[in-house]
Design a protein around this ligand. Structure first.
Ligand code: SF4
Length: 360
């Protein structure tokens, strides 16, 4: 288990706080934990000195605008009906393939310390969509749990959405920082998920993220505490021995009951041209890629389809769960499943609107 207090000493150097946000619970909790860091008050981000516009700076502020939205998806690719909440924007874990490298290089990590308006927005959305499943998560523009022991911002969402049967609130992480969440009651349909890559790849490409076995151990703890977990094999990298790397990783999930796994997603590595410029030295770029309709470059269709078929088959054999594809084209869906997502019976809970199917 990673000691997050020691960890924060390494990744947080300065904290800026928006004037007027001093009174939020999250700020008080963080102040107690970060006693040796001065919280400097600013009117807005423009007052943060240039030398502090980087990932070791935290900027604590209220959210103005649309904190809850639909996952942007990708042009020409099928969307899995997911909504997102901006909570922690930015991340210091340092994955080499992180899409944020192409646009957030000179930004502090922003923490939206006022969760209540977003909780209310999700509640309103859920009531509007009564009878439909609302999958919603905080892991779109940062890691859901990296800073969460410090700010405890997931808790108001877990508690505040727990009475809504049709809401499945997901926190997604490459850390094992889950212990502050274990005793929260009620948990409702909250899901604590983990992104996984084989240790041989994670050690090289996932910066200072928790060890993969520590993430899986954390998944076991959350399940024992009464949450469901999820697994995201994304991005999956192709290399000559990819089966030897990914199959043992999948096999290590054998101890999870099917009912304890809310969903599993799989997506092969993809990149935008601006990201490629930042990571030109990475060996995984030497494979063959083709541009897709959304401007991202992916492995050629035949290669992707083969990888997906084998990974999904192995995942199904080990966990009993049928994985879905993240940001893939209709052509790939047809090649892999023989059908479109809403016609795959085992994925009805993910792609259609019947909340009962997501219950284990
Ligand atoms: S954990 Fe996610 S957000 Fe953080 S660096 Fe890695 S890919 Fe980016």
């Amino acid at each position: 288990m990673t000691n997050w207090k020691t960890f924060y000493n390494r990744i947080i150097r300065q904290v800026y706080l928006e004037r007027g946000a001093e009174g939020f619970d999250a700020v008080g909790i963080a102040r107690r934990e970060l006693q040796n860091i001065d919280f400097r008050i600013v009117s807005d981000e423009s007052e943060i000195p240039e030398e502090h516009l980087k990932g070791t700076t935290l900027y604590l502020r209220r959210h103005r605008g649309h904190q809850v939205g639909r996952c942007p998806g990708s042009h020409g690719h099928l969307c899995c009906n997911y909504h997102t909440i901006d909570l922690y924007a930015g991340c210091a874990l340092g994955c080499s393939y992180c899409i944020m490298r192409s646009y957030l290089n000179f930004s502090p990590v922003t923490v939206y310390v006022d969760p209540e308006p977003a909780v209310q927005l999700v509640r309103e959305l859920a009531l509007q969509k009564k009878g439909e499943t609302l999958r919603i998560g905080t892991g779109e523009v940062g890691d859901s749990l990296l800073y969460d022991p410090l700010f405890q911002l997931s808790e108001p969402f877990i508690r505040g959405l727990s009475d809504l049967d049709n809401v499945h609130f997901e926190m997604k992480s490459k850390t094992d920082f889950v212990d502050h969440l274990l005793d929260i009651e009620p948990k409702g349909n909250a899901v604590i998920g983990f992104s996984l890559n084989p240790p041989e790849i994670a050690d090289l490409e996932e910066g200072i993220a928790s060890a993969v076995q520590a993430r899986i151990a954390a998944a076991k703890r959350v399940v024992e505490a009464g949450y469901r977990t999820s697994f995201h094999f994304d991005p999956v990298f192709r290399q000559a021995n990819w089966r030897e790397l990914y199959f043992p990783l999948i096999d290590s999930l054998a101890g999870f009951r099917k009912e304890a796994i809310a969903w599993i997603s799989v997506g092969t590595f993809r990149y935008t041209p601006p990201l490629k410029d930042k990571i030109a030295d990475r060996p995984y770029l030497y494979e063959e890629f083709v541009p897709s309709a959304d401007g991202k470059h992916r492995y050629i269709q035949r290669v992707r389809a083969q990888m997906y078929r084998e990974l999904i088959e192995r995942l199904r054999a080990v966990t009993g769960v049928t994985a879905y594809l993240c940001m893939e084209s209709a052509a790939i869906w047809k090649r892999v499943y023989g059908r479109m997502p809403d016609e795959v019976e085992e994925l009805k809970g993910v792609f259609d609107d019947d909340p009962a199917r997501l219950k284990g």
